[in-house]
Design a protein around this ligand. Structure first.
Ligand SMILES: O=C(O)c1ccccc1NCC(=O)[C@H](O)[C@H](O)COP(=O)(O)O
Length: 206
């Protein structure tokens, strides 16, 4: 079975089509305005409308208001929520939707404790910690911090590229990879070629 792949931070319908054509499992839409990958509800509707069944549309938030999440859920086809800030377990579960929780990885991060708090999440997305930058850093973290066993599916993120994807899988055996900057031609603009290369590398055994 191959490692699942989510391509995050899509801002254009043609990029979503490239993701689908390359056989990725999920797309991510960033509902966080400071991000260069931010999409408003109209653009998100347009992108999500072109996504077929069995490809997961993920809505990414960073410390959102409840109203904002509900507004997105009411207007866009969303299959999964992703919380990428300091949201509590209670906050994440109030929407009654499947969700994943991002974890900024530091040397002393206690994944078991985090898995306790987010006991009902669909996965923990381990991402690079960078002060003042909630995500999309384009930088890897020390993969030795990835637990070999966890009761929640592990989604590896942070600085993944077609050049390191196969190695990342060999070293950490995650449930899924999440990539954004590593498959871009420019901020928020995805490269169909890099997406295809990334998927090929995910299927390559090292
Ligand atoms: O992508 C963003 O701009 C972003 C902004 C704020 C919070 C999260 C963000 N992206 C989250 C992701 O899911 C990325 O895929 C993940 O952080 C890895 O990004 P990258 O290192 O660029 O592959």
């Amino acid at each position: 079975m191959r490692t699942r792949v989510k391509i995050c931070g899509l801002t254009r319908t043609e990029d979503a089509q490239a993701v689908v054509n390359a056989g990725a499992d999920a797309i991510g839409l960033v509902f966080y305005e400071p991000s260069p990958r931010y999409v408003d509800i109209n653009k998100a509707q347009e992108i999500a409308a072109g996504i077929p069944a069995f490809v997961t549309v993920t809505a990414l938030f960073v410390n959102p208001t409840v109203d904002y999440v509900q507004q997105v859920l009411s207007n866009v086809r969303i299959d999964l929520l992703q919380f990428h800030g300091a949201e509590s377990g209670e906050f994440c579960r109030q929407f009654g939707r499947n969700y994943i929780k991002a974890v900024p990885m530091k040397a002393d991060t206690d994944i078991d404790k985090i898995a306790d708090e987010f006991y009902d999440c669909s996965g923990l997305l381990l991402d690079t910690y960078k002060k003042g930058v909630p995500g999309g850093t384009g930088e890897t973290f020390n993969w030795e911090l990835v637990p070999q066993e966890c009761r929640k599916p592990i989604i590896l993120a942070g600085g993944l590229t077609p050049q390191n994807a196969a190695q990342a899988i060999a070293e950490t055996s995650p449930w899924a990879l999440d990539v954004s900057g590593g498959v871009e031609a420019g901020k928020g603009i995805k490269s169909a070629e890099k997406i295809t290369q990334f998927m090929q590398e995910v299927m390559r055994k090292v």
